[in-house]
Design a protein around this ligand. Structure first.
Ligand SMILES: [Zn+2]
Length: 501
């Protein structure tokens, strides 16, 4: 990680509960040995990184259903199964019907030249070499502006993929936008030596295209999509070429023909859902919803010889924690019922949770709380985050209070509240599966131990998990659900709850 912040930990004022709640006997069913074994299976090489919409996500989903069945969790999906099926809608550049030619010579799509956005285009125009692009006296109107990549002036995002990938992506976006505003019909960005390292990564991720779910809860409020996304201002094709292509491209007046076609198709994903029924005749038709996601990033470009992006922390950590919590609830059911939902395709835009929140397997007004977790097995052993702990993200003070009481009785983590602030640069609150439920006014929180340098790289492996910490986080999540599921009165929604975007 090139850019690092040093963030002091901030303890939230501890709730002064009359007394620390008693831990149920079934807590002993949560064992580090189970968590460890399940982690090495779910994030092991045979799962191939569990990419959404592929057989690898399906394999992980079947494995989770098998585990729940063995534990004694009952199916709560469609047709008495553990599964709720839905389709991912994909849009991508067609590798079959798109083509790029320079001076009559066909370039191999992706390997010689890579589109960098899903923009359909028919361009045939002469090239003009603009160097780093900063000389605004060069007339680029109606032409194909060819620029050499220079580092972006704005700071890099701290996480996701490799440094070189982020460097290349940000430079491409910040250099191409002004050239398009100056009237370029298309832009070609030639990699420098740093971006060249990421050339394969850029095209392999771009080739996948974009993902959406039809009929899901929107991720952002209308008109409130992140404005820092330069991609949204790109209206002409932006092509990325390796550094070795510089000599071929820097000659002015060559005709570049770019015919970029898009294709749409659907591919299945699945939510895996089980239930442990409650014991109280009145309360058992209300549900505490535990949430994780089973997908990760699959097999991608290789980093240090490893191409399996295993997603051990993200999010096998919470998935195996929920299996452990399920063992405890099966051993000793609570008054309310407990629903375990493993959402598909979270990494592709919270797709599974956006679908399930819109098509819940139980009436949404019977869901008394969503306890989501995302990445709970890394960083300092004694700190953790609770997202949704403070305005404007907090939607239930009573639920937060129960989570803090549960922490006092179990993990005793120092709660880092900085990641939950609306000013935090990572926007962490908006990046996991509690969000669609919170938007529909279901009390919702997220447990996390935050980002680390291995996030969304092949280095997110089981051997980098802190298993004692993961076990304590599991105990905390379990205890929170236990308190909510047995509370005489369900947690209320705070009046005036409104997210900032
Ligand atoms: Zn995740």
């Amino acid at each position: 990680m090139r850019l690092q912040f040093v963030i002091p930990f901030l303890a939230v004022a501890a709730p002064l509960a009359a007394q620390t709640p008693r831990v149920p006997a079934a807590m002993s069913a949560i064992r580090e040995s189970d968590i460890n074994r399940d982690m090495y299976r779910m994030a092991g090489p045979s799962m191939r990184g569990r990419e959404a919409g592929t057989l690898d996500e399906m394999r992980a989903s079947m494995w989770l259903a098998d585990q729940m069945r063995a534990i004694g969790v009952k199916p709560a999906g469609e047709d008495d199964s553990f599964f709720q099926w839905w389709n991912i809608r994909r849009t991508r550049v067609s590798s079959v019907s798109s083509s790029v030619k320079l001076a009559g010579r066909t370039l191999a799509l992706w390997t010689d030249v890579s589109p960098t956005s899903n923009v359909a285009a028919d361009v045939s125009a002469g090239t003009v070499f603009v160097g780093d692009g900063r000389d605004t006296t060069i007339d680029v109107r109606g032409k194909v502006a060819v620029a050499t990549l220079v580092p972006s002036a704005t700071p890099l995002r701290t996480t996701t993929n490799t440094y070189e990938y982020r460097y290349a992506r940000q430079a491409i976006a910040s250099q191409s936008a002004p050239l398009i505003q100056r009237g370029a019909a298309a832009v070609v960005i030639v990699a420098d030596s740093t971006a060249d390292i990421a050339y394969d990564g850029v095209w392999k991720i771009q080739e996948r295209g974009t993902y959406d779910v039809i009929g899901g809860v929107p991720r952002f409020a209308a008109g409130a999509a992140p404005t820092q996304n330069l991609q949204s201002r790109i209206t002409a094709p932006v092509l990325f070429v390796p550094r070795s292509a510089l000599d071929a491209f820097r000659v002015n007046g060559q005709t570049l023909e770019a015919r970029i076609r898009l294709e749409n198709f659907e591919t299945p994903s699945v939510n895996v859902i089980g239930v442990v029924r409650g014991t109280d005749p009145k309360l058992r038709d209300e549900y505490v919803l535990y949430s994780s996601h089973q997908d990760h990033d699959g097999v991608r470009f290789s980093v240090n010889g490893d191409s399996i992006w295993s997603g051990a922390d993200d999010n096998a950590s919470v998935s195996v924690a929920l299996l452990a919590a399920a063992r405890a609830f099966v051993k000793q059911p609570a008054k309310r019922s407990v629903l375990f939902v493993f959402h598909g395709a979270e990494e592709r835009g919270l797709l599974g949770s956006r679908y399930h929140a819109a098509h819940p397997v139980v009436p949404l007004d019977r869901v008394v709380a969503v306890l989501n977790g995302d990445m709970i097995g890394r960083n300092h052993p004694d700190t953790a985050s609770l997202l949704g702990i403070q305005p404007p993200h907090r939607n239930s003070t009573q639920l937060v209070q129960m989570a803090l009481e549960a922490n006092a009785a179990t993990g005793r983590f120092v709660i880092d509240s900085l990641w939950d602030r609306p000013t935090h640069p990572e926007g962490w609150y908006f990046r996991s599966d509690h969000l669609p439920y919170a938007r529909l006014n279901v009390p919702a929180i997220e447990f996390s131990t935050n980002l680390h340098p291995d996030y969304h790289t092949p280095r997110d492996k089981p051997e980098n998990i802190n298993f004692p910490k993961l076990t304590r986080m599991t105990q905390w999540m379990y205890m929170t659900g236990w308190l909510v599921a047995n509370a005489p009165v369900r947690p209320a929604i705070d009046p005036g709850f409104k997210l900032e975007r």
